[in-house]
Design a protein around this ligand. Structure first.
Ligand code: ADP
Ligand code: MG
Length: 287
């Protein structure tokens, strides 16, 4: 039990405490073209709690991006529902901000600071001085304070990624949605960005819904991982991975978890592995 905070009664807090932030409930998503209907996901259910780093993991084409777009409000469910703090998601909103892989979406004629301020000003949520203060606060958090007046074309890929993350966090969404955000970066920069994302999370404790097809990235970034089957995406299992970070890479436990996830994803015949290396207690299988 959590002790009530000052100013909160136990009853109104219990609602806040018990309801998941995001509840995806038997969600089926389809694309309808003139010729046919493509089912991207089939009855997918999961719950994301506040400050989770929740990862959607599955092979290419299993519907991860489609799921994220549905949570963002760009696609309507053909079956099931999406609830944010108990209320159905109906269209896009500033409480759910997406960071895509294409960082070149940063308008090149605006400085880094103007890029971060832009959505704050457009949404009308802050006046100019407050938007500037908020932008500088988050640029500082991603280590780009000194580059506030630089233009995007002068930045490296990793720096552009950090601007995109600062811009999204500055909106203070209830949930940050990231679709393979580091996939276009070189391997070393990608690792660095994973590390920075975790450090940022330690500091800000935002809620993250993160899409990847990399098992290793899922284990490093996530505290919980939803495994999706190939097309159409169905939930295979949910795995807890809070024990791993970048320092775990290459370790025996990490490797064993990666292998176990690979088997769960691709439905291979079970491989004989020393039982000491594999702990199935944290796994919830759903078919
Ligand atoms: P992932 O992100 O896991 O690679 P997607 O969500 O992009 O998968 O796609 C899931 C399925 O939906 C795939 O079979 C893909 O071909 C199909 N799909 C995606 N976008 C469209 C679209 N705009 N029209 C028709 N089919 C689509
Ligand atoms: Mg995708």
């Amino acid at each position: 039990m959590t002790a009530p905070l000052p100013g909160h009664t136990a009853s109104n807090l219990s609602h806040v405490d018990s309801a998941p932030l995001l509840h995806v409930d038997h969600l089926s998503l389809e694309y309808r073209t003139a010729q046919r209907v493509v089912r991207a996901t089939h009855q997918v259910s999961f719950e994301v709690d506040r400050a989770d780093r929740f990862v959607l993991l599955g092979p290419s084409g299993c519907g991860k991006s489609t799921l994220l777009k549905a949570v963002a409000g760009f696609i309507d469910p053909s079956e099931g529902q999406i609830l944010l703090e108990g209320a159905p998601v109906k269209g896009p909103g500033p409480d759910r901000i997406v960071v895509f892989q294409e960082f070149d979406q940063l308008p090149p004629w605006m400085t880094v600071k103007q890029n971060v301020m832009f959505p704050l000003r457009v949404s009308g949520s802050l006046n100019r001085a407050d938007a500037e203060e908020r932008a500088m606060h988050y640029l500082n958090k991603v280590g780009l304070r000194a580059f506030a007046d630089a233009y995007p074309h002068t930045l490296s890929g990793g720096m552009k990624a950090r601007v995109s993350i600062a811009r999204a966090l500055a909106m203070q969404p209830k949930i940050l949605l990231m679709d393979e955000p580091f996939a276009a970066l070189d391997a070393l920069t990608r690792r660095k960005m994973q590390e920075e994302l975790l450090l940022l999370w330690e500091e800000v404790r935002f809620t993250l819904l993160f899409v990847t097809h990399s098992i290793e990235e899922a284990l490093v970034v996530g505290n919980r991982i939803l495994l999706l089957s190939p097309h159409p995406g169905r939930v295979r299992a949910e795995v807890h991975s809070h024990q791993y970070d970048l320092t775990s890479l290459g370790g025996a436990g990490f490797q064993a978890s990666a292998q176990r996830i690979h088997r769960l994803l691709f439905d291979e015949a079970p491989v004989q592995t020393p039982s000491a290396q594999i702990d199935f207690s944290d796994i919830r299988i759903a078919y």
